[in-house]
Ligand binder design. Sequence first.
Ligand SMILES: C[S@@+](CC[C@H](N)C(=O)[O-])C[C@H]1O[C@@H](n2cnc3c(N)ncnc32)[C@H](O)[C@@H]1O
Length: 508
Amino acid sequence: MSAACASSLPADLLDRAREFVAENLGLWFPSERTAELERGLSGFARERGEAGAAVAVRAMLAQAPSRAVLAALAGHLTIGETYFFREPAALDALASVVVPELIARRRASGRVLRLWSAACCTGEEAYSLAILLRRLLPDLDDWSVTILATDVNPGFLSRAAEATYRPWSFRAMPEGVGGAWFVERAQGERTVRDDVRRMVSFGELNLAEDAYPALVNDTNAMDVILCRNVLMYFAPERAARVIERLRRCLVPGGWLVVGAAETSMADFAGFGRVGFEGATIFRRDDGEELAVPAPRPAGRDLPAGEPRGREYDRSPIGDQGWTQDAPPHPSCGLQPAAAFAPETAPEARGSVAGAGTPDPDHAGAEEAASPASRVRELANAGRLEEALELCGSALERARLDGELHYLRAMILTERGAVAEAGEALRRTLYADPDFAPAHVALGHLAVRLGRRDEARRHFRNGLALLERRAADEVLPEADGMTAGRMAELVRFAAGHDEPEAAHGRTLL
Ligand SMILES: C[S@@+](CC[C@H](N)C(=O)[O-])C[C@H]1O[C@@H](n2cnc3c(N)ncnc32)[C@H](O)[C@@H]1O
């Protein structure tokens, strides 16, 4: 954009645009970055087919921010700089200490691992995590591994799902690694190997919104979150809010990795700082005694070398965490819908201590939580086994409790038991045929199983029920989420509102 065009935006309009961007995308453009903001707004105007930035900005400010507007804006204002094994000291710490210890603990209890690359850009970070896990887990196919990768920019997510990269994306990878994990293409491009690719689910998520933690987008009960090189673009108080939300997305003792330049931009309340060679990583601290991992010297040979003390397997693997016939989750969709919304995070409701000794019949006592809310607390804390147990015992007493069946379905989905989850959702609908999130969740399961017609039917049913409700009506069965927001998410998941998108998902 030319300087003349930039200066055509009146100062007050520019300031309102600046606020709008900060409010809705979290991105803060201080005065010294005004030219960048103006360039972005001009690009946004061109993409929207408006006659100049001023017209586009006025139109943008005149309406409640839609997903389409925010996506377009993000496309012009966000920075798409990333590469494989970026900031290797933090990845070394994960590979040499954090993940091996998680694996050791989980090997005895559930074999579940959940990682999230928040602000994943074009996917290199998420695939780096997948490679790291492939190397550390020789018996990967016996585990339920989630690697969620989200970004606000759908254009980046499409590229991430394609998983083909130019040589520049490999600038931090030692020579010789590409052959193992990538398929060589023309002109030095490489595509991530299918087995690695299948480990990652992509989804759109704006960190400035309040849509996390929530099972509706699979952002709860994470073991490790990487949110790197994005908070630096946020105003400090907004970055602090994101950090607090991410804390609630972690299981107690879970790990947050931010960019090396971001470790002192907030006070990281509720986290302990753990120092590793060349990296500081944050650990969710709930005041309980946690085993402190011994920082070990971290080598720089991670991508090329063998994982310390472990064998690794380069043979093809099955789909992670799903029953045999379940294909990987398609790109850029939502995970099966569920109901653990922000308001239900453990610390917002008090401790989950004691939830393992439930008394579902004692719901009359003022302080006693309902079985459903105690199930949520346990699930949010990553105690899926106990949550399932409590759900089961509560259902013995109330066989037609749709909400409990639904929660059970969500937990089973998270554990990879697709067939059982489907059955639990059908029971939900038997108990309450108007339970919209259950229709939506069935749609997501059908997508995973490659049953597009079935998915279409479930999404349509869910959407029809949601559209009967006021857009701002809070859905009690999906704590805190409004009917309008869920409808929007369904339309997005089904590709309804962006048929031109590269995801090829036009299910409605
Ligand atoms: C510099 S890249 C970082 C990529 C990767 N995490 C890394 O460290 O290499 C910043 C990413 O943040 C994303 N981003 C910016 N604002 C965001 C928001 N509000 N919510 C989610 N992602 C956002 C951008 O789209 C971009 O992909």
